[in-house]
Design a binder for this molecule. Sequence first.
Ligand SMILES: Nc1ncnc2c1ncn2[C@@H]1O[C@H](COP(=O)(O)OP(=O)(O)OP(=O)(O)O)[C@@H](O)[C@H]1O
Ligand SMILES: [Mg+2]
Length: 256
Amino acid sequence: MLETRNVTVRFGGLTAVKDMSMKVAPGTIHSLIGPNGAGKTTLFNVISRIIEPTSGEVLFDGASLNGIPSEKVVYRGISRTFQNLQLFRNTTVYENILSGLIHEYRSREIPFLPGAGRRFTEGTRDRVLEVAEMMGIKDRLNSMPQSLPYGILKRVELARALVSAPRLLLLDEPAAGLNNDETREMDQVFRKVKAAGVTMLLVEHDMNMVMEVSDMITVMNFGEKVAEGPPAMIASDPKVIAVYLGKSDMGVRKRA
Ligand SMILES: Nc1ncnc2c1ncn2[C@@H]1O[C@H](COP(=O)(O)OP(=O)(O)OP(=O)(O)O)[C@@H](O)[C@H]1O
Ligand SMILES: [Mg+2]
């Protein structure tokens, strides 16, 4: 479904990503892991078209994404969340989710401004309710973001990414800042999203989450692929263990 082919990214003299080729199979949760500075975010940004690779290309359903601006990848069926929450503060959860459909309306028009509402059909409202239900935030639709706990806000952001019915969802550290309970809830949310047929690519440091939810894991170090395989294989791979050596047991914390 998604493929990176020999992607290299250089920042001046520094090679952040080197000749990275990987494939994400449809219907799977695929995680990209590695120590700090390994190049995960850089590769992720290449996939979501925020960064132009120095060489190589990204294909989605066999078609190259090269040259497509990042705000247009949503038309291909790709959606993403950000590492740091990027929600509108002064408007409701409902409208925040709705803003995930902004591309379907006039570009740069905020859908909840006066006058814009008419263009949103009943179907749009149903779609918002559907994703809110899936994320377990249906009772929060009229709340303002600042009144809600961080774990709920992360799910609002996920709902916004899902409202456009993407086939591929890119998640940048979805567990960052969550406590143990919230992280476990997030595991469940991912299972639901997967059951709905959405493929997910996850950049994540929480190794418990990665081992728990991933079908496939790609490990990077110094910009290059070190290993790739299902969780059990990765957890016992000597090359992977060497990469994480001295880094507190792959960062795996015991969950309470
Ligand atoms: N815009 C940039 N300009 C220059 N160097 C950069 C830029 N972005 C990233 N780098 C460098 O590229 C390398 C890879 O960074 P990247 O952020 O992709 O790592 P990462 O695997 O996401 O790390 P972390 O787990 O800490 O988020 C690092 O050495 C980083 O300092
Ligand atoms: Mg990063």
